[in-house]
Design a protein around this ligand. Structure first.
Ligand SMILES: Nc1ncnc2c1ncn2[C@@H]1O[C@H](COP(=O)(O)OP(=O)(O)OP(=O)(O)O)[C@@H](O)[C@H]1O
Length: 454
């Protein structure tokens, strides 16, 4: 088997183990070899190998067999050591990361299962997601439909699915009679194709037109799939005409989804479009603190040293899923070896995640990208010119440097031609002020951010 084949099989495992487990436990596996029915993977720590072996090796074996690989056993090794001996495996297992899911609706509503953990109570609100949260809350109250659809978008692992599930849970509690259907755009397509194949398209149409609330996750998936788009468009219109609430999520704004028909884009823009911004330090810390509270009952007696959460919030900036995965791994490991969670333990146990998050953006990269976008010279970023066509992009670069790098204002000032930190602060504030009214500026910032963090 080649690395490439493993890559493909690995992707398929998302469906079996869920996205969170996938990112935490499956993605870090490095394929070594497959010989005489034994497939070997390299893992970052022996604990890691042990955990995957206990929880996921059956899935890995089954998926490899489905892909035509003859696999009887799955083994893990750290560098050239193999998985730890039996006694360690018998140690107390932390609870599984994924709790039982429950169906999202009544029997005849074939939605995707809802994750019981994804509620409003467990959603930590901070500046980057407060608008999305408020809009989701409004929809979840189930009052008169004021904006349709609610379109939530943002990068990977920032809480779109969490908010959608929270809306569904809340609606079901407040108004159990409502027919709430939650599914991914991919499932929408499969159901549509199945209905076509089985000549039950009328049933399909009837079902989707009879819901009170339709929620479709990851709508970018239907881009480029012509007949699915067509059907989605008609479903959408039929529901809007009946004044039924629609909630949609995607990884980018409607206008930025390539190969999505213009008429769909414009419909999606008709309601309220809100962005989940990349997390900031405070939000990450809040999420970690909340998780630790949850873990306290599960891992009784486990002590976490001061500064560990701050360290993680500072260093793991990629996305919340990775952050949660890191904490889960840390607790599982500490409980297994019966040790306090110290900074050293975190550094050892999470070395691979920390390394991956280390790819830090530099101020120079930000200056270059912003200069390119506004078609000015890179030297003007650090130069003295004060005309607005140059000063504004410079302030945008200052703002992004503050947002996207851990540098202090004086450090940023030094990289902008030795400017004083108060000048940087002024620039950052100016942009924040303009953001409240200037939608073009907001669009530019979003695009730049995405490109820089790509
Ligand atoms: N503000 C938050 N408070 C608490 N947990 C959060 C928050 N944001 C994200 N999470 C958690 O992070 C994980 C990833 O979130 P979610 O699955 O909702 O991301 P997503 O935006 O749908 O990502 P994708 O684009 O990959 O589908 C989940 O376990 C979710 O509970």
């Amino acid at each position: 088997m080649t690395n490439e084949t493993w890559g493909l099989v690995r992707e398929e495992l998302i469906k079996r183990v869920g996205k969170n487990n996938y990112v935490t436990w499956i993605e870090p596996l490095k394929f070594s070899d497959l010989n005489n029915g034994v497939v070997r993977f390299e893992v970052p720590t022996s604990f890691f190998g042990d955990w995957v072996s206990r929880n996921f090796s059956d899935h890995i074996r089954a998926q490899l067999n489905t892909a035509g690989q003859q696999v009887e056993r799955v083994e893990f090794s750290v560098g050239n050591r193999s998985t730890p001996p039996e006694p360690m495996r018998a140690a107390t297992a932390p609870a599984r990361a994924k709790p039982a899911a429950r169906p999202s609706d009544t029997d005849e509503m074939p939605g995707a299962p809802l994750d019981a953990r994804f509620t409003f109570d467990s959603f930590v609100v901070g500046k980057p997601n407060e608008l999305a949260h408020a809009a989701a809350r409004r929809v979840a109250e189930g009052g008169p439909v004021t904006f349709n659809p609610l379109f939530l978008y943002g990068g990977v692992g920032l809480g779109k699915t969490h908010l959608m599930h929270a809306i569904a849970h809340e609606l079901q509690t407040r108004q159990p009679h409502l027919r709430v259907l939650y599914l991914s755009a991919e499932q929408f397509m499969y159901r549509f194709v199945q209905a076509l194949r089985e000549r039950q398209i009328m049933d399909f149409k009837e079902l989707f037109r009879s819901v009170d609330v339709l929620m479709v996750d990851d709508v970018q998936f239907i881009a480029g799939k012509d007949s699915t788009q067509e059907e989605f468009f008609h479903t959408f219109n039929a529901l809007v005409d009946q004044n039924k609430q629609i909630v949609i999520s995607a990884d980018r704004a409607p206008g930025e989804i390539k190969d999505l028909e213009d008429r769909i884009k414009s419909r999606l823009q008709c309601g309220l479009v809100v962005d989940l911004h990349p997390t900031d330090y405070e939000l990450r810390l809040g999420i970690l603190q909340q998780k630790v509270e949850l873990y306290r009952s599960q891992y009784k007696g486990l002590v976490i040293a001061d500064g560990v959460l701050e360290f993680l919030a500072h260093r793991i900036t990629t996305n919340v899923r990775v952050l949660e995965g890191a904490l889960t791994r840390l607790f599982a490991f500490a409980s297994l070896v019966g040790r306090e969670i110290t900074l050293e333990l975190a550094q050892d146990c999470l070395a691979d995640i920390l390394r991956a998050s280390d790819r830090k953006l530099t101020i120079e990269e930000i200056q270059r990208k912003v200069a390119e976008h506004y078609n000015i010279r890179l030297s003007d970023m650090i130069g003295p010119k004060r005309v607005r066509t140059i000063a504004r992009p410079r302030q945008i670069a200052m703002y992004l440097a503050k947002q996207l790098t851990p540098r202090s204002l004086p450090e940023i000032g030094r990289r902008f031609g030795g400017r004083d930190h108060t000048t940087i602060m002024h620039g950052v504030r100016k942009i924040e002020e303009l953001m409240a009214t200037d939608s073009q500026l907001n669009d530019d910032l979003q695009m730049l951010r995405r490109q820089l963090q790509g």
